[in-house]
Design a binder for this molecule. Sequence first.
Ligand code: TYM
Length: 334
Amino acid sequence: MIGDKKILYSGMQATGNLTLGNYLGALKNWITLSDEYECFYGVMDLHSLTVRQNPAEFRKRARMLYTLYVAAGLDPEKNCVYFQSHVSSHAELGWLLNCFTYMGELSRMTQFKDKSAKHADNINAGLFTYPVLMAADILLYQADVVPVGADQMQHLEITRDIATRFNNIYGDVFTIPEAYIGKSGARIMSLQEPTKKMSKSDENVNASIYLLDDPDTIIRKFKRAVTDSDNEIRYSEDKPGIRNLIDIYGATTGKSKEEIEKEFDGKGYGEFKLAVGESVVDILKPLQERMKELEADKSYIDSVIKANDEKAQYFSMKTLRKVQKKLGLTERIR
Ligand code: TYM
C-alpha cells in the first residue's frame, strides 16, 4: 500500500511498434485502473536487449513508447511512468532473485521456448532469465495487481512462486501479486494467422494493427483479415478469424458476443469487417492526435521522465535495501 491505495505495476517491452493487442490486452486496462491504484508503468528496455537492437532505432522507439503511454491517457504526474534502465535496482534485484529461481522452472516457460526457436542464433542467458527480471520489476514495487494480457500469465505465476519461496525463508518481504486479465481483449490474434497472437515482432505488417497506423491502413488491414469461407458471424472455436474480429469489436465497443452476433445476423463479412475497422479507428483517433502534440513538446516529456525516474528509484530502493539486509549482505557505512 502507498497511503490508502493498493499498488499496480505493469510495463511493455520497447521492441517494435505497439499493436492493438498491446492496447486492448493491457494499456486500455491500465488507464481504467489508474485512478483506483497507485501505479507504476515501466518502459521495459532492459528486457528488449534479449534480442539484438539497432541502438539509434531502439533509443527512438523506447522514447516513443513512453510518449505513447502518456498519449493513451496515463497521466505522468499522477502515475509513475519511467524507464526500467534508469532505475538500477531492477538489475540488482534481478541478480538476487536469480539465486532463488531454478533452471527447471525457467526451461518450462513457453515464451522462452518460442523465442529460442525464433532466434536460434542468439539463445542468450538473458532470454532464459527474462522472467526473473520481470519478477524483480513487479516485486520491487510491492505490487498487488499486474494488468497484462493472457500471454504473460505464466510469467506472473513464476513471479508468485519466486516471491513465495523467498518469503518462506526470510519472512514477509514481498507482496504476492495477482494478475489482472481484462474481460475482453486479453488475447488478440494475428489478422493473417488467427491461431497465432498478434505480435509487435510479426514480420507480416498486415497481421497487426499498429497504434499509429492511419485510418485507411487500419480499414485495409481489416478488409484483408483472414476469415473462413462461410458467411456467418458466429463466435466459435472453429472460426478463429471471425472469433478474433468479434473479440476486437467487443473490446472496442463494450458489446457482448451475443449482442454482436445479433447486430450482424444475416449480414456479410464485408460489412462486419468494415464496422470492426471503423470502431478501431475511432478508439485510436484521440491517442494519435495526442501523440502528435506530445511529440512536439520535448521539454514536457523530459521533465516527467526526470521526476518519475526519481520516484521509481525511491520506492524500489526501499525493497532492495530490505532484501539485501535479509540476505545478510554487509550494510553500507554512512
Ligand atoms: P509485451 O511487451 O510483449 O506486451 C505488453 C503487454 O501487451 C499484452 N499483449 C497482448 N494482449 C492481448 N493480445 C495480444 N496479442 C497481446 N500481445 C501482447 C501483454 O500480455 C502485455 O501485458 N514481459 C512483458 C513486459 C514486462 C512486464 C514486466 C509486464 C516486463 N516486466 C512487469 C508486466 C510487469 C512483455 O514482454 O510484454
